[in-house]
Design a protein around this ligand. Structure first.
Ligand code: UD1
Ligand code: MG
Length: 451
């Protein structure tokens, strides 16, 4: 039999007032990626066929962020059941299962989604993902029958004291055949304590038709909902723990895992060593054998095999380090290609530049890439040597093998293998210092006497 198709319906129309933010809740990032995209990644990894995000009015930014995944607008927030119904038109003509997810539970894993879909294939008409939180708080409670099947979901506000004593709670994740689900939802009423159309009512309606319903369980950690900045921080910690383990499982050494922060898209090769307090923003690729020393901040950068970065280095978007490059302490690199074996080990800014293979950029070198209006390029040839404390005023080209004298301000191109020194001539006056000191001492004594 052909595999049943499954469409995710992700509910995200809630205002997220507790975030106290101008940004829709599901656009808040975790590990450098909006929450909603975490969920879409899980949906993708679980090989679902399509997805529809249900958003509120004025959430165009969410629709844009998820495109080409389609979105449906829920104009009035009448409850979770109503929200799912809002996706009906977007799924017109779709035959298969619907998997309902909440946009604010970004930690769900594809494995768990797979288990929910499996339970559907195993014959339950409605499958609900349940969990046993340490504090069941106001979650909906899952009422089981004597065989362990699911009888009903009771919202906390509507539950009896006995039902409130149940520890098994509703995560919100639910799977059912699309036609059955929309049919049941059309029968859901809002005569409950919240006056809302509850998605959860479809379980009792399915049972009323004699259809079997089942519960799949998952650990609480995966079902953590993000409603506040505090919960966002807890979710971030969970994701960082996962990413640290992934890095180590793939062959990286993290000297102090708890102080290394990854983005979901950080790519690390094998035998990469990462020191304490290193932060990876989005878009970083690190090849095999790289050493990243303590206190580096890296985003949008590509680091080649065998390179050494840090301590205290900053790599910004467009930094590309080829093999065996050394970028040392207090060096900032932006939109710059540093070719094989080149070094900039101390106190340097390289922006909008190319540093040729094997070049040596001395301490305190600055590429002056910005004139207050426009950015310009600096091109440093292979094997060039830039003396310490030089300012390279872009646009400027330093030829292969050229040497720049320390302290130079370079405003014109320097040919290959030339020496360029642009600074005041040095003057040495023999014996000048001693009489100077004598004179000053006498001056000071005379002043003291007068006062
Ligand atoms: C819901 C469940 C409850 C479960 C809990 C888990 C119902 C009736 N209750 O309760 O059993 O234990 O989640 O967290 O389903 N949303 C919309 N449109 C709406 C209402 C909600 O898009 O009209 C979205 C929200 O953005 C959110 C999700 O649905 O992503 C859940 O809504 P929420 O109001 O948090 O439901 P709970 O009352 O927590
Ligand atoms: Mg909730």
């Amino acid at each position: 039999m052909a595999q049943r198709k499954t469409a995710a319906v992700i509910l995200a129309a809630g205002k997220g007032t507790r975030m106290k933010s101008a940004l829709p809740k599901v656009m808040h990032p975790l590990a450098g990626r909006p929450m909603i995209k975490h969920l879409l990644a899980a949906v993708d990894a679980a090989k679902l066929d399509r997805a529809v995000i249900v958003i509120g009015p004025e959430m165009d930014s969410v629709a844009e962020a998820v495109a080409p995944v389609s979105s449906a607008v829920q104009r009035d927030r009448l409850g979770t059941g109503h929200a799912v119904l809002c996706a009906k038109d977007a799924l017109a003509g779709f035959a298969g299962d619907v998997l309902v997810l909440y946009g604010d539970t970004p930690l769900l894993t594809p494995e768990t989604l797979g288990r929910v879909m499996q339970a559907r294939s195993d014959g339950a008409a409605v499958v609900v993902l349940g969990f046993e939180p340490v504090d069941p708080a106001a979650y909906g409670r899952l009422v089981l029958d004597s065989q362990g099947g699911l009888d009903a979901i009771v919202e906390y506000k509507d539950a009896t004291p006995q039902q409130r004593a149940i520890r098994l709670c509703n995560s919100g994740v639910m799977a059912a055949d699309a036609r059955l689900l929309f049919d049941l939802l059309s029968k859901v009423r809002n005569d409950n304590s919240k006056g809302e159309y509850y998605l959860t009512d479809v379980v009792a309606l399915a049972r009323g038709k004699g259809l079997p319903c089942a519960v799949v369980r998952a650990p609480e950690e995966e079902l953590l909902g993000v409603n506040s900045r505090g919960e966002q921080a807890v979710a971030e910690a969970v994701i960082q723990t996962r990413l640290r383990h992934r890095a180590m499982d793939n062959g990286a050494t993290l000297i102090d895992p708890s102080s290394v922060f990854f983005s979901v898209d950080t790519e690390l090769g094998q035998d990469v060593t990462i020191g304490p307090n290193v932060v990876f923003g989005p878009g970083v690729t690190v090849a095999d054998g790289v050493e990243i020393r303590a206190f580096c901040h890296i985003e949008g950068a590509k680091i080649g095999r065998g390179a050494i970065v840090g301590p205290f280095a900053r790599l910004r978007p467009g930094a590309v380090l080829q093999n065996d490059v050394h970028i040392g302490n207090f060096v900032e690199v932006k939109a710059t290609l540093v070719e094989s074996g080149a070094k900039a080990n101390h106190l340097t800014y390289l922006g909008d530049a190319r540093v040729g293979a094997g070049a040596n950029v001395g301490a305190g070198t600055i590429t002056c890439n910005y004139d207050g209006f426009l950015k310009s390029l600096t091109d440093i040839g292979a094997g060039a040597f830039i003396g310490s404390n030089s300012a390279l005023v872009a646009p400027v080209k330093i030829g292969d093998g050229a040497i720049i004298g320390a302290g130079s301000v370079i405003t014109e191109d320097v040919p290959a293998d030339a020496l360029a020194a642009a600074r005041g001539e040095m003057r040495v006056v023999p014996g000048w210092a001693k009489p100077y000191r004598e004179r000053k001492k006498a001056e000071k004594a005379a002043r003291k006497k007068r006062s």
